[in-house]
Design a protein around this ligand. Structure first.
Ligand code: F6R
Ligand code: ZN
Length: 192
């Protein structure tokens, strides 16, 4: 049996920390391939290198039935008219699904199915869950004015495949238009 300290975790949505868990921080300079507007990205970087998001992760076991989970915190902000967001990934083990649980703030999940390329935009808000099926790239976007925090629970053997998204990015972008998030084809957004 695992010890109580392993079975129980204490997390703080305000700080994005899980007691005793390691956290990964992603700064603006880590997200070069994510944003559509490269000129806006470069000028934002010249002004500084802010923290865009952090993820504290708990990875207790590595067996087939084990679960890992993470607490994500995405800061509010934009690059050009595109909101702060995560890199986004497929799971290396493509069958792995994930459950996201909204804790605070106002977010959106951009889902893109690998084979069909079909896209869905699903709100991520407090007391709402978003089920991310297997074979689906997922990116989390803060469309609000306060930090967005959420838990993501996934099979221990899911793994992360960032390469496919880093190469071609998501086919859709979520743009702020007059205070409202609007979904556009990446190719159309480049021209607009
Ligand atoms: C794990 C998962 C989340 C993300 C987190 C950061 O499978 O989906 O915990 O890792 O939202 O996003 P990425 O990993 O895309 O930087
Ligand atoms: Zn995931």
């Amino acid at each position: 049996m695992k010890s109580l300290i392993q079975l129980l975790s204490k997390f703080d949505p305000a700080t994005g920390q899980i007691a005793g868990a390691a956290a990964t921080s992603r700064y603006l300079s880590d997200l070069g391939s994510c944003f559509l507007d490269t000129a806006a990205y470069q000028s934002a970087l010249q002004a500084g290198n802010p923290l865009v998001y952090s993820v504290a992760s708990v990875a207790l076991g590595s067996g087939d039935g084990d679960l890992h989970y993470g607490l994500g915190k995405i800061m509010p902000g934009r690059v050009g008219s595109e909101y702060y967001m995560t890199k986004g990934h497929f799971h290396a083990w493509r069958e792995a699904a994930e459950l996201y649980i909204g804790l605070a703030g106002e977010g959106v999940m951009l889902l893109e199915e690998e084979v069909s390329g079909s896209t869905q935009v699903v709100p991520l808000r407090p007391c709402q869950t978003v089920y991310v099926p297997g074979h689906t790239a997922h990116r989390t976007i803060n469309v609000g004015s306060v930090p967005l925090t959420y838990l993501g629970v996934y099979p221990a053997k899911a793994g992360h495949d960032y390469g496919a998204i880093a190469r071609r990015n998501f086919s859709k972008v979520l743009i702020d238009r007059n205070g409202q998030p609007v979904l556009l084809d990446r190719s159309a957004a480049v021209r607009s």
